[in-house]
Design a binder for this molecule. Structure first.
Ligand code: CUA
Length: 123
C-alpha cells in the first residue's frame, strides 16, 4: 500500500476515534422522573432544575391540545397528545441553561411557549 494511503487511513481512523466521546456520558446514578404539564401557552414547571449527571426522564402531559417539547442542546424532542403522555430520557451531562420550546403548533401564541432547563454543576 502506498505510504500516503496508509497515512490517510490511519489519520481518518484517529480522527474518528477522537470524535467518539469516551468515556460515554455516564450518569451519576441519580435518576429522576419529572412531570411537565403543557397547556396553551406554558409549561409547568416553566423552569426545570436538575443536577449534572442525573438521568432525567421527562414526562410530558398535554392538558388541552397537542404540544411538543424540544430541549435545545440535548436533542430531546417529544410530542404529547391529550391523554397520551410522552416520555424521553437523557443524562444531564452538560451544565448550563437550555431553552425548552414547544415543537408543535398549538395556537396563536405557540412561538412564545417557552421554558428552561437549568443543569447545575455538581458541588
Ligand atoms: Cu404548545 Cu406549541
Amino acid at each position: 500500500m502506498p505510504r500516503a494511503v496508509v497515512f490517510l487511513v490511519f489519520g481518518t481512523l484517529t480522527i474518528a476515534i477522537l470524535l467518539v466521546p469516551w468515556p460515554p456520558p455516564a450518569s451519576n446514578g441519580h435518576e429522576r422522573e419529572i412531570l411537565v404539564r403543557a397547556r396553551q401557552y406554558a409549561f409547568a414547571p416553566g423552569v426545570i432544575r436538575v443536577s449534572r449527571g442525573e438521568r432525567i426522564t421527562l414526562v410530558l402531559e398535554a392538558e388541552d391540545v397537542t404540544h411538543g417539547l424540544y430541549l435545545d442542546g440535548y436533542a430531546v424532542d417529544m410530542v404529547a397528545v391529550p391523554g397520551r403522555p410522552a416520555r424521553a430520557t437523557f443524562v444531564a451531562d452538560w451544565p448550563g441553561k437550555f431553552r425548552v420550546r414547544c415543537s408543535k403548533i398549538c395556537g396563536s401564541l405557540h412561538p412564545f411557549m417557552l421554558g428552561e432547563l437549568i443543569v447545575e454543576p455538581n458541588t
